[in-house]
Design a protein around this ligand. Sequence first.
Ligand code: PLP
Length: 493
Amino acid sequence: MPDWTPAEFEANGHAVLALIRDHFEAVRAVPVTVPRSGPELMASLGGALPEHGEDFAEVLADTREQVIPYLVHWNHPSFHAYFSTSASFPGVLAETLTAALNVNAMLWKSGPAASALERVVLGWIAELAGYPAGADGVLVNGASLATLYALAAARDAALGEDVRVSGVFGGPALRLYTSDQAHSSVDKAAITLGIGIGNVVRLPCDDRYRMNPEALDAAIRADVANGLKPLAVVATVGTTAVGAADPVPELAEVCARYGIWLHVDAAYGGFWRLAPSLADRAVDISAADSAVVNPHKTLYVPLEASALYCRRKGALAATFRLVPEYLTSRQDSETVDFMDFSPQLGRAFRALKLWWIIRAFGREGLAEMLEASAGHARWLRERAGAHPDWACPDLSDYPLVCLRFEPAELREDAGLDAVERLRLIAELNEGIVEEVNASGAAFVSHAVLPDGYVIRVSIGNIRTTRADVERLWERLTETAARRSARTTVLAAR
Ligand SMILES: Cc1ncc(COP(=O)(O)O)c(C=O)c1O
C-alpha cells in the first residue's frame, strides 16, 4: 500500500515538526519574502506528473528550498500587510489532528463530538465578540462567504419562502446599503444573489470613515419613495482600509424603523474589545440580525475559520436547509446539523482548532496578546505623529496604523498645485512600500484615501514584539529619508 504506515507517518512528522521548529526559532532571520518572478517560480516548481511515488525526504527538501523561501510569510512577526494574522501553535497542531481524523461535520450524525464542539466554540466566540447567546451560528471558511449567506437569509426573510422555489425574478429592485469603505465581499454577495452591484448603495462616510445613520435613513426613505425594496444594511466594524467602526447601535435603530435586516461585518474588529485599553471604545454589535467575526484574522487561529451568527432564529435554515433522503437523520433536543446553515455540505472539523486555542490561552491569554498589539500600535502612532515629516491620521481604535511620509520639501513647495503634490507624495510612499517589502525585512500594504496614499501597518501577529515594531519604524524612516533625498535631486533637475 503506497500510504505510509503510522510509524512512517510519525517519523516523517518529526521531520516536519523539526522544520517548523527551525523556521520559528530563527524566524527573524527569515525574510518575510524573497521576490521571485512568475516564470521563475513556474520553472522551478512545474514539472511532469510524477509517475512513481517519491521519497518524502526529497519532497520535503524541495518544499524547504523551492517553496518556503518564496512564500510571503504571513505568520512572521514583521508581516504587517492587509490584516496581520497568526496561526498559533495549538492551532497548527489541531489542523494536523483534524486532517488525520478527516471528520465531515455536515450532520450531527456524521460527526457527533465535532458538531457538539462546534456548538461549544460558537458559544464561546459569541461571548468574546459580544453577540447574544443562543443565536444560530456556524463556522464557515471566511467572512466573504459568511456575508453572502447572511444576505441570502436576509433576502429570503424579506421576500418570503417562495423565493426558494420561484427565484428572485420580477418585483421591485432589492437594495443593499453599506458605506463606501465596506469590503468588496458585499458587492460580490450582491452579484451572487442576483441583487446586482447597481443596487448596492455605498454611502459616503464621515471624516473618520464611519457610516452616517442620518444619510442611511435618507437613502432608505428615498428608495422607498421610488418604489424600490430596501433589503439589508451591512455595517463594518473594522474597515479594510483604515480600521474604522460604524456606529452599529444607531444603524440598528434606522433598520428597526424600516424593518430591514442589519448584518455586521466584524471580520477584523470583532475581538479587539478583549484588550483592556480598547474595551471602552468597542462598538456593541449585539443588535445586529446577523454578524460575522473572523477568528482567523485576530484570534490566532490558522486559516480558515469565520463564525457567522444570526439572532433571527431559524432564518439561516429557512434559506439553506434542504435534506435529500441520504442525509436524513434522527434528531434529539441538542442536535444541530451544521449543513443546514450554509450551502456547504462536506465541512471540515474546524471547531477543534478553536477549542484547543481558546483552552490553551483562555480569555486572559487572548486579551494579553491583543493588548500587546494595541500597545505596539500606540507606540508607532506616537512616533509617527511626533515626526515632522510624517502624518499619522488617527482613524482606528484598533492596531492598524496608517502613515504617510510628507517631507517639508514637498509639503511646502509653493510651486506645486494640490494634485501634483498628492501625486508626488503618493509616488514617494509607494516607493517606500515597494523597497521595504523587497528588502524582506518587513511587509506592509497601502490604502488610497480621499486625502492621499497611506502606508498601512497592521499589528497583530502573535510573535510581534516592540523591538520588531521599532525596527520597522527605523526602516521606514531610513528608507523614506533616502528616497526623499533622491526625489529632491530628481525634482531639481
Ligand atoms: C472588513 C472585511 N470584511 C471581510 C473580509 C473578507 O474576509 P475573508 O478573507 O475571511 O473572506 C475582509 C478581508 O480582509 C475585510 O477586511
